[in-house]
Design a protein around this ligand. Structure first.
Ligand SMILES: *Cc1c(COP(=O)(O)O)cnc(C)c1O
Length: 557
């Protein structure tokens, strides 16, 4: 063990020494480390910052708001469900299993329409029955069993009523009037992160992605994703499909054209993006559709976790339902990162199932053997169900699926939106979440003296700030040259943390341009963003003094 540690230490020292000798190598090393690891260090520095300022950490995307309604409803419904079990049998703290007969009537009798939480539950059940056509007793029995959690998830992929509710939610929030709820299958997962890992695992296991295959990644992108596409483990080769601030983070035609090449097997994007926080425009969606006509086997994987933050959002899934695997997470909008709830959605008619049928006989024989341990018709097992089976290494398929209480909580979050959408009304919670980040974004941009980007595609959940632009505005181009020569971006971020107590994220760690930092607008209050701008200028002023330069304009902050 010690020998291994010494070996690792030696390699690190070597890497560090070579990096010091070579700034380009240092840059590469910085990128390898990843934005999240770098931020962890800065958090430490910020705690003991020289100015003694309160720490302002706008690094993480974890929101500082929560949805209370669904949480009240979960608690209330849990109580009702326990009552249903105690009705059947109660001795000490042991109770029975709920029964279906008359459960709808007992629900109606238990709910008090004057109580806001009960009124929400009544409206939610009414919506399910009237708008989704779900059978009331069956729905309530499924929800009661699920919240109690005394059965394995069955079917393991998704509880049937949950699937109908989640489909309606995706339809209402992400498809922008394209009708897909009826033809979409859903697999709830332990957050969007698990969804991504499961998908890559199954694409590879099912030989839809093979070693040496090329996958395209829309950059800049959420760093952990650049690491999981298990580009390394699965021997995939990644190519960047990039966008820039100059083009409002829109992917241009030339970049999109890279996807026409049939050797590109998959395209992977976050939409609206992270860190740039922009959604694909209608024009880009239309172009993407034309690209796929030229490469019809392309598998698109879209992570739409920020979809509700962009105006008039439309998912790639709604435009290319047969080529796209959709990932959504409740984490950000509802402040539920600790719950670990997200989902995978796929059309019943999809490219993965077609490609499975077209695999060479050798691969199909291998896969028949793989899945024959859990089904008598392995060839017919749809790709989405293979993802479910693979999530438990196939053998434990019968105990797969997301915990049932988590599925109920997802239902309640979805229904908190659907009761409004179903009446054609605006959802006040989603409006508030949007207003919250917009207000913070406006305050930050004003304090930085930058023009806000008010385009409809800007979700404003994060923003990338170009520090070189700020430096140039304050002290001129000469100062930017000095900064580039004297301070690496990591040194700048370390000083911002260590001297001023501000934690931001490293842009190049997301493949964003040098000089950029990501500011999360989700986790601090409006005035904190003004203070971040003030401290940023304070640091730049100190640098300018070091450089012996005079300000060309007054600080905006
Ligand atoms: C925060 C985030 C998620 C959410 O992941 P969970 O595992 O559901 O918490 C997904 N995708 C991106 C790009 C994110 O930034």
């Amino acid at each position: 063990m010690r020998r291994i540690l010494c070996g690792i230490l030696a390699i690190c020292l070597l890497l560090a020494a070579s990096a010091l000798a070579d700034p380009a190598a240092e840059k590469e090393l910085e990128k390898e480390i990843g934005a999240f690891e770098i931020t962890a260090e800065q958090r430490e520095l910020a705690r003991a910052n020289e100015a003694g300022y309160p720490v302002l950490d706008a690094g993480r995307g974890n929101p500082n708001w929560i949805n209370s309604q669904a949480r009240y409803a979960f608690t209330r419904f849990m109580n009702f469900a326990i009552g249903e079990c105690e009705r059947v049998m109660q001795e000490d703290s042991m109770a029975g299993q709920a029964r279906k007969d008359g459960i709808g009537e007992r629900f109606d009798a238990a709910m008090n329409p004057e109580d806001p939480t009960d009124a929400f539950l009544i409206a939610a059940v009414e919506y399910c029955v009237n708008s989704l056509g779900l059978e009331k007793d069956g729905l309530i029995k499924e929800l009661v069993d699920a919240v109690i959690g005394d059965y394995y998830p069955s079917p393991s992929r998704c509880l049937p009523n949950t699937e109908a509710i989640l489909n309606a939610f995706l339809q209402a929030t992400l498809y922008h009037s394209t009708e897909l709820a009826g033809s979409t299958g859903v697999f709830p997962t332990e957050g969007g992160s698990a969804a991504m890992v499961y998908i890559f695992e199954s694409l590879s296991h099912n030989r839809l992605l093979k070693p040496g295959d090329r996958i395209a990644i829309a950059t800049p992108i959420f760093t952990p994703y650049m690491q999981i596409p298990s580009v390394k483990d699965y021997g995939l080769v990644s190519i960047d499909v990039s966008s820039t601030e100059e083009s409002h983070w829109e992917i241009d035609e030339a970049e999109l054209a890279k996807l026409e090449d049939p050797s590109v097997k998959a395209f992977f994007l976050v939409n609206p993006s992270n860190p740039a926080s922009h959604a694909l425009s209608e024009m880009t969606l239309a172009r993407l559709k034309r690209v796929v006509e030229k490469n019809p086997d392309l598998i698109i994987l879209t992570d739409d976790v920020y979809g509700t933050f962009a105006e008039e959002f439309q998912s790639v899934y709604a435009v290319l339902p047969h080529n796209t695997i959709l990932v959504y997470s409740f984490s950000k909008l509802y402040g539920v990162t600790g719950w670990r709830i997200g989902l995978i959605a796929m059309n019943e008619e999809n490219v993965c199932d077609r490609l499975l049928r077209e695999l060479p006989e050798e691969d199909r024989a291998y896969l028949r053997a793989e899945y024959s341990i859990v089904t008598t018709a392995p060839e017919e097992l749809p790709f989405l169900d293979r993802v479910v089976a693979d999530s438990r290494s196939i053998g434990l398929y019968h105990t797969s699926g997301l915990s049932t209480p988590s599925q109920v909580f997802m239902d309640l979050l979805a229904l908190s939106h659907l009761i409004y959408a179903g009446r054609g009304e605006e959802d006040p919670y989603i409006r508030l979440a949007n207003e919250t980040v917009h207000q913070r974004y406006a305050a930050l941009m004003k304090a930085l003296g930058l023009e806000p980007d008010e385009s409809a595609t800007n979700a404003q959940y994060y923003t990338l700030v170009d520090v070189y632009d700020l430096a140039e505005a304050e002290y001129g181009a000469e100062f930017v040259d000095w900064l580039k020569a004297e301070k690496t971006e990591i040194e700048f971020l370390n000083d911002l943390a260590g001297r001023k107590g501000v934690v931001l994220m490293y842009g190049p760690g997301f493949s964003a341009p040098d000089g950029t930092v990501r500011v999360s607008l989700a986790n601090l209050n409006t005035e904190d963003y003004e203070e971040i701008a003030r401290r940023l200028f304070e640091l730049l002023d100190e640098y300018a003094e070091e450089a012996g330069l005079e300000a060309v304009q007054e600080n905006a902050a």
